[in-house]
Design a binder for this molecule. Structure first.
Ligand SMILES: [Zn+2]
Length: 66
């Protein structure tokens, strides 16, 4: 259930999980910790930097208890 969120309207890179869906950081060029935050409309897993949305990232990774 954690990774079933559909992220609408990502760029090609974001849809492929190669860029942050929040800030658009290119993970092929920028080495930043990132976590899966959902899936694109194509079903690919998409990611966001840990620093972009720490609360959401922690929740989807199962680290938040409330
Ligand atoms: Zn980001």
């Amino acid at each position: 259930m954690n990774h079933d969120t559909i992220i609408a309207g990502p760029t090609a890179l974001q849809a492929d999980g190669l860029a942050c869906v929040v800030c658009g950081a290119d993970y092929l060029r920028v080495r930043v910790p990132h976590l899966p935050v959902g899936r694109s409309v194509t079903g690919s897993q998409v990611f966001a930097c840990v620093g972009c949305c720490p609360d959401d990232a922690r929740r989807v990774s199962g680290g938040v208890l409330r």
